[in-house]
Design a protein. Structure first.
Length: 173
C-alpha cells in the first residue's frame, strides 16, 4: 500500500494506531463528561431538556477535532473503510443535531411562555446561542462527511503485493 508520504509512510504507519486512539478519546471523553454532568436524568422536564441541550452545545468542539484527526490519519494512510464510516457517522450525527435544534427551539418557546418577564430574553438568547452552535456543528459534520466520501471515492482500491495472473478460461480435464 502506498501513502501520500512516500518513503516516510512506514514510520507514520506505526503511529497511525495511537493517533486513532487519541481521536477516539477526543470524541468519547467529552461525551462521557456531558452525560455524567446532567445526572439525574429528567427528560420529561422542559427546564432539564433546555439546560442539558444548551450545555451539550458547549461540548461539541472537542469531538469535532477528534473526527477531523481521524479523517486526516485515514486520508494520509488511505484507509478507505475508515473514511466511509467517518462520513456515514458524520451525516448521522449532523441529522441528530438538527433534530436537537428543532426540539430545543420548542423548549425555548415553552419556557419563554412560562418564564418571568425579566428572564425571557436570557432564555431566548441562551437557546439561540445553543441552536446556532448545533447548526454550525451540523454543517461542519456535513462538510466532513462530504470530504470523507470524496476522498474515499478518489482513492485507488488496495492491491495485493503480488499481482494475480488473469484467468482466461477454465482448465481442461
Amino acid at each position: 500500500m502506498t501513502s501520500v508520504l512516500g518513503p516516510y509512510g512506514a514510520p507514520f504507519r506505526k503511529i497511525s494506531g495511537p493517533l486513532y486512539l487519541i481521536s477516539a478519546l477526543l470524541v468519547l471523553l467529552p461525551i462521557i463528561d456531558f452525560l455524567t454532568s446532567i445526572v439525574p436524568y429528567f427528560p420529561g422536564s422542559t427546564k432539564w431538556r433546555f439546560a442539558s441541550s444548551s450545555l451539550f452545545a458547549g461540548f461539541l468542539l472537542t469531538p469535532l477535532l477528534g473526527v477531523a484527526l481521524a479523517m486526516l490519519v485515514a486520508g494520509i494512510m488511505q484507509h478507505r473503510l475508515v473514511l466511509r464510516w467517518l462520513g456515514f457517522l458524520s451525516f448521522a450525527v449532523a441529522l441528530m443535531l438538527l433534530a436537537i435544534c428543532a426540539l430545543l427551539a420548542l423548549d425555548v418557546l415553552e419556557l419563554r411562555a412560562t418564564a418571568e418577564p425579566d428572564v425571557k430574553m436570557a432564555i431566548v438568547l441562551s437557546g439561540s446561542r445553543a441552536i446556532l452552535k448545533n447548526m454550525i456543528m451540523a454543517a461542519s459534520l456535513v462538510l466532513i462527511g462530504l470530504g470523507c466520501r470524496g476522498a474515499g471515492n478518489s482513492m485507488e482500491p488496495p492491491r495485493s503485493a503480488t499481482p494475480m495472473a488473469p484467468i482466461v478460461g477454465s482448465p481442461r480435464r
